[in-house]
Design a protein around this ligand. Structure first.
Ligand code: CUA
Length: 341
Protein backbone atom coordinates (compact mmCIF):
# COMPACT_ATOMS: atom_id res chain seq x y z
CA UNK A 1 0.00 0.00 0.00
CA UNK A 2 2.63 2.54 1.05
CA UNK A 3 4.78 1.45 -1.88
CA UNK A 4 1.90 2.12 -4.24
CA UNK A 5 1.38 5.55 -2.69
CA UNK A 6 5.06 6.47 -3.02
CA UNK A 7 4.98 5.31 -6.61
CA UNK A 8 1.85 7.34 -7.23
CA UNK A 9 3.35 10.51 -5.77
CA UNK A 10 6.51 10.09 -7.86
CA UNK A 11 4.37 9.70 -10.94
CA UNK A 12 2.47 12.82 -9.91
CA UNK A 13 5.70 14.81 -9.54
CA UNK A 14 6.95 13.75 -12.99
CA UNK A 15 3.67 14.60 -14.65
CA UNK A 16 3.57 17.99 -12.98
CA UNK A 17 6.99 18.87 -14.26
CA UNK A 18 5.95 17.95 -17.77
CA UNK A 19 3.07 20.45 -17.72
CA UNK A 20 4.80 23.50 -19.14
CA UNK A 21 3.22 26.82 -20.01
CA UNK A 22 1.67 25.46 -23.19
CA UNK A 23 -1.76 24.07 -23.90
CA UNK A 24 -2.37 20.60 -22.50
CA UNK A 25 -5.17 18.07 -22.75
CA UNK A 26 -6.90 19.60 -19.73
CA UNK A 27 -5.86 23.25 -19.92
CA UNK A 28 -5.32 26.12 -22.36
CA UNK A 29 -1.88 27.72 -22.28
CA UNK A 30 -0.75 29.44 -19.09
CA UNK A 31 -0.61 33.21 -19.41
CA UNK A 32 -0.72 34.52 -15.84
CA UNK A 33 1.38 34.22 -12.71
CA UNK A 34 -1.20 32.17 -10.82
CA UNK A 35 -2.03 29.75 -13.64
CA UNK A 36 0.62 27.26 -12.58
CA UNK A 37 -0.48 27.02 -8.96
CA UNK A 38 -4.08 26.49 -10.05
CA UNK A 39 -2.94 23.62 -12.23
CA UNK A 40 -0.92 22.14 -9.39
CA UNK A 41 -4.07 21.90 -7.28
CA UNK A 42 -6.03 20.49 -10.18
CA UNK A 43 -3.45 17.78 -10.90
CA UNK A 44 -3.10 16.91 -7.22
CA UNK A 45 -6.84 16.28 -6.93
CA UNK A 46 -6.87 14.61 -10.33
CA UNK A 47 -4.17 12.08 -9.45
CA UNK A 48 -5.56 11.39 -6.00
CA UNK A 49 -8.85 10.57 -7.76
CA UNK A 50 -7.23 8.42 -10.43
CA UNK A 51 -5.18 6.44 -7.90
CA UNK A 52 -8.16 5.99 -5.56
CA UNK A 53 -10.28 4.82 -8.45
CA UNK A 54 -7.72 2.23 -9.56
CA UNK A 55 -7.17 0.96 -5.99
CA UNK A 56 -10.87 0.67 -5.11
CA UNK A 57 -12.06 -0.82 -8.40
CA UNK A 58 -8.95 -3.04 -8.66
CA UNK A 59 -9.51 -4.47 -5.17
CA UNK A 60 -13.22 -4.99 -5.88
CA UNK A 61 -12.52 -6.92 -9.06
CA UNK A 62 -9.68 -8.88 -7.48
CA UNK A 63 -11.69 -9.92 -4.41
CA UNK A 64 -14.79 -10.70 -6.43
CA UNK A 65 -12.77 -13.07 -8.54
CA UNK A 66 -10.64 -14.56 -5.77
CA UNK A 67 -13.51 -15.23 -3.37
CA UNK A 68 -16.09 -16.26 -5.91
CA UNK A 69 -18.14 -19.33 -5.05
CA UNK A 70 -16.47 -22.52 -6.21
CA UNK A 71 -17.57 -26.08 -6.05
CA UNK A 72 -16.07 -27.98 -3.13
CA UNK A 73 -14.97 -24.78 -1.31
CA UNK A 74 -16.74 -23.70 1.81
CA UNK A 75 -17.31 -20.08 2.74
CA UNK A 76 -15.28 -18.98 5.76
CA UNK A 77 -16.14 -16.40 8.32
CA UNK A 78 -14.63 -12.92 7.67
CA UNK A 79 -13.21 -10.74 10.40
CA UNK A 80 -15.55 -8.05 11.75
CA UNK A 81 -12.96 -5.58 13.04
CA UNK A 82 -9.40 -4.47 12.30
CA UNK A 83 -8.06 -1.42 14.11
CA UNK A 84 -4.93 -0.94 11.98
CA UNK A 85 -6.92 -1.09 8.77
CA UNK A 86 -9.58 1.30 10.00
CA UNK A 87 -7.10 3.87 11.31
CA UNK A 88 -5.21 3.72 8.01
CA UNK A 89 -8.24 4.26 5.82
CA UNK A 90 -9.31 7.16 8.00
CA UNK A 91 -5.99 8.97 8.35
CA UNK A 92 -4.78 8.84 4.74
CA UNK A 93 -7.95 10.33 3.18
CA UNK A 94 -8.14 12.93 5.98
CA UNK A 95 -4.57 14.03 5.27
CA UNK A 96 -5.25 14.22 1.54
CA UNK A 97 -8.43 16.26 1.99
CA UNK A 98 -6.64 18.57 4.47
CA UNK A 99 -3.93 19.26 1.87
CA UNK A 100 -6.58 20.02 -0.75
CA UNK A 101 -8.32 22.41 1.61
CA UNK A 102 -5.10 24.18 2.55
CA UNK A 103 -3.83 24.83 -0.97
CA UNK A 104 -7.33 25.72 -2.14
CA UNK A 105 -7.92 28.16 0.70
CA UNK A 106 -4.53 29.80 0.33
CA UNK A 107 -5.04 30.19 -3.41
CA UNK A 108 -8.50 31.63 -2.81
CA UNK A 109 -7.12 34.28 -0.45
CA UNK A 110 -4.34 35.22 -2.89
CA UNK A 111 -6.89 35.63 -5.67
CA UNK A 112 -9.10 37.85 -3.49
CA UNK A 113 -6.43 40.41 -2.59
CA UNK A 114 -5.01 42.49 -5.44
CA UNK A 115 -1.54 44.03 -4.93
CA UNK A 116 -1.56 47.74 -4.14
CA UNK A 117 0.11 48.88 -7.34
CA UNK A 118 -2.43 47.09 -9.52
CA UNK A 119 -3.56 48.88 -12.68
CA UNK A 120 -7.32 49.26 -12.52
CA UNK A 121 -9.69 48.72 -15.43
CA UNK A 122 -13.45 49.14 -15.01
CA UNK A 123 -15.60 46.47 -16.57
CA UNK A 124 -19.28 46.69 -17.45
CA UNK A 125 -21.15 43.61 -18.55
CA UNK A 126 -24.43 44.04 -20.40
CA UNK A 127 -26.66 42.04 -22.69
CA UNK A 128 -24.61 41.11 -24.68
CA UNK A 129 -21.17 42.63 -24.63
CA UNK A 130 -18.37 43.90 -22.43
CA UNK A 131 -17.11 47.46 -22.02
CA UNK A 132 -13.64 48.05 -20.58
CA UNK A 133 -12.90 51.57 -19.34
CA UNK A 134 -9.32 52.69 -18.72
CA UNK A 135 -8.18 55.39 -16.27
CA UNK A 136 -8.10 58.05 -19.04
CA UNK A 137 -11.79 57.43 -19.77
CA UNK A 138 -11.25 55.51 -22.99
CA UNK A 139 -13.57 52.59 -23.50
CA UNK A 140 -12.95 49.46 -25.57
CA UNK A 141 -14.75 46.20 -26.27
CA UNK A 142 -11.61 44.14 -25.95
CA UNK A 143 -9.53 44.03 -22.78
CA UNK A 144 -6.00 45.37 -23.21
CA UNK A 145 -3.42 44.96 -20.45
CA UNK A 146 0.34 45.25 -20.01
CA UNK A 147 2.37 42.10 -19.29
CA UNK A 148 4.18 41.71 -15.96
CA UNK A 149 2.01 44.14 -14.06
CA UNK A 150 -0.87 43.29 -11.71
CA UNK A 151 -4.21 44.33 -13.18
CA UNK A 152 -7.40 44.67 -11.16
CA UNK A 153 -10.78 44.50 -12.85
CA UNK A 154 -13.56 46.36 -11.07
CA UNK A 155 -16.75 44.93 -12.47
CA UNK A 156 -20.47 45.52 -12.54
CA UNK A 157 -23.44 44.75 -14.76
CA UNK A 158 -26.21 47.00 -16.07
CA UNK A 159 -28.81 44.27 -16.40
CA UNK A 160 -28.46 40.62 -15.39
CA UNK A 161 -25.83 38.31 -13.90
CA UNK A 162 -22.81 37.74 -16.11
CA UNK A 163 -19.50 36.13 -15.30
CA UNK A 164 -16.13 37.09 -16.68
CA UNK A 165 -13.76 34.24 -17.50
CA UNK A 166 -10.26 34.34 -18.95
CA UNK A 167 -9.23 30.68 -19.17
CA UNK A 168 -5.57 31.34 -19.99
CA UNK A 169 -5.26 33.38 -16.78
CA UNK A 170 -7.36 30.87 -14.76
CA UNK A 171 -9.53 33.67 -13.36
CA UNK A 172 -13.30 33.84 -13.25
CA UNK A 173 -15.71 36.06 -11.34
CA UNK A 174 -19.43 36.80 -11.37
CA UNK A 175 -20.47 40.25 -12.60
CA UNK A 176 -23.53 41.38 -10.71
CA UNK A 177 -26.03 44.22 -11.33
CA UNK A 178 -26.15 46.80 -8.53
CA UNK A 179 -22.82 45.94 -6.95
CA UNK A 180 -19.11 45.73 -7.66
CA UNK A 181 -17.04 42.60 -7.80
CA UNK A 182 -13.38 42.42 -8.67
CA UNK A 183 -10.62 40.08 -9.66
CA UNK A 184 -6.96 40.54 -10.40
CA UNK A 185 -4.23 38.84 -12.38
CA UNK A 186 -0.75 39.46 -13.64
CA UNK A 187 -0.37 38.40 -17.25
CA UNK A 188 3.10 37.05 -17.99
CA UNK A 189 2.84 36.08 -21.62
CA UNK A 190 2.18 38.63 -24.37
CA UNK A 191 -0.47 37.51 -26.82
CA UNK A 192 -4.19 37.34 -27.47
CA UNK A 193 -6.43 35.23 -25.24
CA UNK A 194 -10.14 34.46 -25.08
CA UNK A 195 -12.37 36.28 -22.61
CA UNK A 196 -15.99 35.31 -22.33
CA UNK A 197 -19.17 35.24 -20.26
CA UNK A 198 -19.57 32.00 -18.38
CA UNK A 199 -22.97 32.58 -16.77
CA UNK A 200 -26.03 32.01 -18.94
CA UNK A 201 -27.51 35.49 -19.46
CA UNK A 202 -30.01 35.24 -22.29
CA UNK A 203 -30.25 34.76 -26.06
CA UNK A 204 -26.79 35.99 -27.05
CA UNK A 205 -24.90 34.72 -24.01
CA UNK A 206 -22.53 32.92 -26.35
CA UNK A 207 -21.95 36.21 -28.18
CA UNK A 208 -20.27 37.68 -25.10
CA UNK A 209 -16.89 36.42 -26.24
CA UNK A 210 -14.04 38.81 -26.90
CA UNK A 211 -10.26 39.03 -26.59
CA UNK A 212 -7.73 39.90 -23.95
CA UNK A 213 -4.70 41.49 -25.56
CA UNK A 214 -1.55 41.32 -23.44
CA UNK A 215 0.98 43.92 -24.57
CA UNK A 216 4.73 43.30 -24.31
CA UNK A 217 5.25 45.82 -21.50
CA UNK A 218 3.86 48.98 -19.91
CA UNK A 219 5.29 51.20 -22.68
CA UNK A 220 3.67 49.17 -25.46
CA UNK A 221 0.39 49.22 -23.58
CA UNK A 222 0.54 52.99 -23.08
CA UNK A 223 1.29 53.46 -26.77
CA UNK A 224 -1.78 51.40 -27.67
CA UNK A 225 -3.95 53.33 -25.21
CA UNK A 226 -2.84 56.73 -26.56
CA UNK A 227 -3.50 55.69 -30.13
CA UNK A 228 -6.82 54.02 -29.38
CA UNK A 229 -7.97 57.03 -27.39
CA UNK A 230 -7.67 59.16 -30.49
CA UNK A 231 -11.20 58.36 -31.54
CA UNK A 232 -11.18 61.08 -34.17
CA UNK A 233 -8.59 59.25 -36.23
CA UNK A 234 -10.86 56.25 -36.48
CA UNK A 235 -13.97 58.13 -37.61
CA UNK A 236 -14.93 59.10 -41.17
CA UNK A 237 -13.96 62.79 -41.71
CA UNK A 238 -17.49 64.22 -41.47
CA UNK A 239 -18.18 62.41 -38.19
CA UNK A 240 -14.73 63.34 -36.90
CA UNK A 241 -15.59 66.97 -37.69
CA UNK A 242 -18.89 66.88 -35.83
CA UNK A 243 -17.14 65.21 -32.88
CA UNK A 244 -14.45 67.91 -32.86
CA UNK A 245 -17.06 70.68 -33.20
CA UNK A 246 -18.83 69.39 -30.10
CA UNK A 247 -15.72 68.69 -28.02
CA UNK A 248 -13.43 71.60 -28.80
CA UNK A 249 -15.59 74.54 -27.85
CA UNK A 250 -16.77 75.64 -31.33
CA UNK A 251 -20.40 75.37 -30.17
CA UNK A 252 -19.92 78.35 -27.87
CA UNK A 253 -19.99 80.77 -30.80
CA UNK A 254 -20.92 78.90 -33.98
CA UNK A 255 -24.19 77.22 -34.88
CA UNK A 256 -24.21 74.55 -37.58
CA UNK A 257 -26.93 76.54 -39.36
CA UNK A 258 -27.00 79.92 -41.19
CA UNK A 259 -27.85 81.78 -37.99
CA UNK A 260 -25.45 83.86 -36.02
CA UNK A 261 -24.70 83.15 -32.42
CA UNK A 262 -21.63 85.10 -31.31
CA UNK A 263 -20.15 84.43 -34.71
CA UNK A 264 -21.53 83.40 -38.11
CA UNK A 265 -23.14 79.97 -38.30
CA UNK A 266 -21.16 77.44 -40.32
CA UNK A 267 -24.14 77.04 -42.65
CA UNK A 268 -23.32 80.41 -44.20
CA UNK A 269 -19.79 79.56 -45.27
CA UNK A 270 -20.92 76.07 -46.26
CA UNK A 271 -23.45 77.55 -48.66
CA UNK A 272 -20.88 79.99 -50.04
CA UNK A 273 -18.46 77.13 -50.79
CA UNK A 274 -21.17 75.04 -52.43
CA UNK A 275 -22.62 77.84 -54.57
CA UNK A 276 -19.56 79.97 -55.26
CA UNK A 277 -20.82 82.84 -53.11
CA UNK A 278 -18.34 85.27 -51.59
CA UNK A 279 -17.41 86.38 -48.11
CA UNK A 280 -16.84 89.98 -47.14
CA UNK A 281 -14.42 91.27 -44.56
CA UNK A 282 -14.36 93.89 -41.88
CA UNK A 283 -10.90 95.26 -42.57
CA UNK A 284 -11.25 96.06 -46.24
CA UNK A 285 -9.68 92.82 -47.53
CA UNK A 286 -11.22 92.11 -50.93
CA UNK A 287 -14.18 89.70 -50.79
CA UNK A 288 -13.23 86.12 -51.66
CA UNK A 289 -14.89 82.90 -52.62
CA UNK A 290 -14.24 80.61 -49.64
CA UNK A 291 -12.60 77.22 -50.07
CA UNK A 292 -10.82 74.65 -47.90
CA UNK A 293 -7.76 76.87 -47.48
CA UNK A 294 -9.93 79.69 -46.24
CA UNK A 295 -11.59 77.39 -43.70
CA UNK A 296 -8.24 76.10 -42.53
CA UNK A 297 -6.84 79.57 -42.09
CA UNK A 298 -9.98 80.73 -40.27
CA UNK A 299 -9.66 77.85 -37.80
CA UNK A 300 -5.94 78.07 -37.14
CA UNK A 301 -5.46 81.80 -37.41
CA UNK A 302 -8.92 83.38 -37.26
CA UNK A 303 -7.68 86.95 -36.98
CA UNK A 304 -5.96 86.94 -40.36
CA UNK A 305 -9.24 87.94 -41.98
CA UNK A 306 -12.03 89.32 -39.82
CA UNK A 307 -15.42 88.75 -41.26
CA UNK A 308 -17.83 91.62 -41.82
CA UNK A 309 -20.04 91.93 -38.78
CA UNK A 310 -17.70 89.97 -36.51
CA UNK A 311 -15.36 92.78 -35.55
CA UNK A 312 -16.26 92.71 -31.87
CA UNK A 313 -15.46 89.00 -31.53
CA UNK A 314 -12.04 87.55 -31.00
CA UNK A 315 -11.89 83.88 -31.78
CA UNK A 316 -8.95 82.07 -30.16
CA UNK A 317 -6.40 80.74 -32.61
CA UNK A 318 -6.52 76.97 -32.88
CA UNK A 319 -3.01 76.69 -34.25
CA UNK A 320 -1.36 73.87 -32.30
CA UNK A 321 -4.54 72.98 -30.46
CA UNK A 322 -6.05 70.70 -33.08
CA UNK A 323 -4.65 67.62 -34.70
CA UNK A 324 -4.51 67.33 -38.46
CA UNK A 325 -7.35 64.77 -38.45
CA UNK A 326 -9.50 67.15 -36.43
CA UNK A 327 -8.87 70.05 -38.81
CA UNK A 328 -9.59 67.89 -41.86
CA UNK A 329 -12.69 66.55 -40.14
CA UNK A 330 -13.98 70.05 -39.35
CA UNK A 331 -13.47 71.17 -42.95
CA UNK A 332 -15.29 68.10 -44.30
CA UNK A 333 -18.13 68.52 -41.82
CA UNK A 334 -18.57 72.26 -42.49
CA UNK A 335 -18.67 71.59 -46.24
CA UNK A 336 -21.32 68.91 -45.71
CA UNK A 337 -23.68 71.24 -43.83
CA UNK A 338 -25.04 72.95 -46.94
CA UNK A 339 -26.47 69.74 -48.34
CA UNK A 340 -28.35 69.19 -45.08
CA UNK A 341 -29.95 72.67 -45.06
CU1 CUA B 1 -23.35 37.45 -20.15
CU2 CUA B 1 -23.63 35.12 -20.35
Amino acid sequence: MSLLLTHGLNLLATLQESTGADKTFWFPEQASTIAESIEDVFYFIYWVSVISFVLVIGATVLFAWRYRSQEGKRAIKTSTHDNTLEVTWTLIPTALVAVMFWVGFKGFLDLRSAPENAYEVQVTGFQWAWAFTYPNGFESNELHVPADRPVRLLMTSTDVLHSLFIPAFRVKQDVVPGRYTSLWFEANRPGVFDLFCTEYCGTSHSGMITKTVVHEDQAAFEAWLTEASNVVDTLPPIEAGLYTYEKKGCTQCHLPTKEWKLAPGFGIVSEAIATGGSVEFEDGTAPLVPDENYLRESILNPNAKIRAGAAGQRMPAYQGRLKESEINGLIAWIKSLHAAQ
